[in-house]
Design a protein around this ligand. Structure first.
Ligand code: GLU
Length: 296
């Protein structure tokens, strides 16, 4: 049985892009007699608002996208993420990082760091490694980073890391996609697994939860395609099953820009209040993603 999920962050109203993602996952689950799960990715406590949890459920219900079982809130799952983090710590694949965002920006622009031309990865500029070989004080605020080179070395070369992409990445990447170790070091770098404020980072939580919820198919926007090799690596290190991925085009506004939470005018609720039907909203979302609506 297939299990799809929709995993929004309750930090703003759902817009057409979310409608497209949720509907695509729901449709695939229904066509195949599978399950469609709802997960609130609510680890960023500074941006989460109670009204957005309610709004997400109301919007999905109005669109006719009902989910199976209770909603999973990531904020209730911190112990599971901490256990995964401990496992990586014990394997010697992480380190404490005392850098602020500003420190990272300064290190990247400083010529002595030798990092000019630093890549820009899924989480922003590639971390130049300032704290990699330091022993950062536990008593001051610190983030925990994955030592990506050490992590890649921990995976035997006879054990290729591949994921199956049945949608497409932003450049049309599809099929069996192999994790490219050299590219991960230069273009992804030592990603944060736990932030300075103690919050667990998305990459770690998402793989732990997809495994826990038995997710077989991950349907999401192709902006997350670049993060998928990180997820694949973490699945390998934590011995978690690997779902099939289906990345889809992003819904764009009339000027070709991707939609963001701030685009309240594109919020599903705004269309609903303007009198559109759920079907019209889904068709509109499909048009924005330049995809012909699938028949319902
Ligand atoms: N929480 C993420 C978002 O709202 C989605 C993560 C995922 O689907 O893996 O963009």
């Amino acid at each position: 049985m297939i299990t799809e999920r929709f995993a929004p962050s309750p930090t703003g109203p759902l817009h057409l892009g979310h409608a497209y993602s949720a509907w695509t996952a729901w449709q695939a689950a229904k066509e195949n007699g599978g399950r469609f799960l709802l997960r609130m990715e609510d680890l960023d406590r500074s941006r989460v608002r109670p009204e957005f949890y309610r709004g997400i459920e109301e919007d999905l219900t109005w669109l006719g996208l009902t989910w199976d079982g209770p909603v999973l809130n990531q904020s209730d799952r911190v112990a599971a993420y901490q256990a995964a983090l401990q496992h990586l710590n014990k394997a010697g694949l992480t380190y404490r990082c005392g850098c602020t965002r500003r420190d990272v920006a300064q290190a990247i622009s400083a010529p002595q760091e030798g990092s000019s031309g630093a890549g820009h990865g899924p989480d922003g500029p590639v971390y130049p490694g300032t704290c990699r070989n330091k022993n950062i004080d536990r008593d001051a605020p610190y983030a925990t980073r994955l030592n990506i080179a050490a992590a890649l070395r921990a995976v035997p070369s006879t054990d290729p890391m591949v994921f199956n992409e049945i949608g497409a990445g932003p450049d049309g990447q599809t099929g069996a996609i192999a994790v490219n170790a050299a590219q991960m070091i230069t273009e992804v770098g030592d990603v944060v697994l736990s932030r300075r404020d103690g919050a667990i980072a998305y990459h770690l939580a998402v793989v732990v939860d997809d495994a826990k919820q038995g997710v077989t198919h991950v349907t999401r926007g192709c902006d997350l395609f670049a993060a998928t090799p990180i997820h694949r690596l973490l699945q390998k290190l934590l011995d978690l099953p690997v779902p099939i991925y289906r990345h889809h085009p992003l819904v764009r506004d009339d000027n070709g820009r991707r939609l963001a939470k701030r685009d309240d005018a594109r919020a599903i609720a705004a269309y609903r209040e303007a009198g559109l039907s759920a079907e019209q909203v889904i068709e509109h979302a499909c048009a924005g993603a330049e995809i012909a609506p699938l028949t319902r």
